[in-house]
Design a protein around this ligand. Sequence first.
Ligand code: NAD
Length: 408
Amino acid sequence: MENRQPQKIKLKADGALDVPETPIIPFIEGDGIGRDIWPATRLVLDKAIEAAYGGRRRIEWHELLVGEKGFHETGEWLSEEALAAIQDHVVAIKGPMTTPIGTGIRSLNVAIRQKLDLYACVRPVRYIHPVPSPMKSPEKIDMVVFRENTEDLYAGIEWQAGSDEARKVIDFLNTQMGTELSGMTGIGIKPISEKNTKRLVAMAIAYAVEQGRSSVTLMHKGNIMKFTEGAFSRWGYEVARERFAEQTLTEADLYDQHGGRRPEGKVVIKDRIADMLFQQVLLRPDEFDVIATPNLNGDYISDALAAQVGGLGMAPGANIGDTCAVFEATHGTAPKYAGLDKVNPSSLILSGAMMLDHMGWKESADKVRRALQATVKDGIVTYDLARQIQGAKEVKCSAFAKAITEHL
Ligand code: NAD
């Protein structure tokens, strides 16, 4: 007989997940509208799993007190125990969290990513009809952005103009490296390493291969920043050659050896300069599939693509490392709507579907996506979309979730 006792997900030696029939999954409700969107999400995920697998599978949810709720109940915004629990359970999901002011914590989200080495921020972007979009043919957009999460200008290595540290660096650069920087200059450092680039690009290629995607585009600004962004692109091609020679080919080979026709099952590796890619995702969105890019470019392109399909309220996301993954809403805590049962829970619900995919529970993930699409297509939506879709019926956050469950 199968074991239905709640158990932890485990990591196998090859990095794959060993998911029991009743996995224990930690969740962080989140601050502000977290109290609205989390119950809505949990209802949809539980019902989708039930619809897909009968009673055979279910999730045993385990709450972690992090953020404001954590601070009120334990005195800590983000405890070591909570971090250890995420690591220990391999997969977790979270609502948005307030950035605590005056505590020395830059951002709880950044702290979680850094401490657990969740080095890839993964954002699928796909259009859901009839969500209003500024594009003429938004249905052509179906991309997944893999944004490097740990380095680049986001590494936090920067000094204010006029500080002792900035003066020291400027002095070193001017006297030893031949620069002519003025004294009052702010300094930021942009580290991009071979190791972190290769593990990010390898994750993006592995995803493309597994999901039968057509291409991975390395997005960079290497024409100007040759040794950081340019190196990102070179290391990206290198890791494709070193680890995925059988499954990939470069865009140059595609034209030289295959007349531009992609051989069945192969993933094309190409690169684009960042500014040009911003134009091309507007003009020819169907030419792009998986995008792998350093941190700052990734920040910009993820939000720009989300806007192309109707905004952040609908965009799911995940932060993934080699040993654990945290799935999350991509918007913030929207404090003025907190507790009003009003906002759109789609971002967190779709992140939950990504989590089910990650666990290998694909049937339930597909059910969540299809049911959400069907609900929006029926014109049953929350206030943010209702005001933009003609003839739509505005419902509360909880009623939207309930309507989704009726489509399962
Ligand atoms: P926000 O995303 O919370 O809200 C901006 C506006 O977007 C809201 O006023 C609302 O009009 C709309 N909105 C956001 N989510 C929505 C939803 N689900 N449905 C409908 N409308 C929605 O951004 P902000 O006001 O800049 O930030 C508020 C707080 O959230 C800050 O403390 C910030 O640090 C934090 N934040 C957290 C995360 C995260 O946890 N991942 C991300 C961004 C901001």
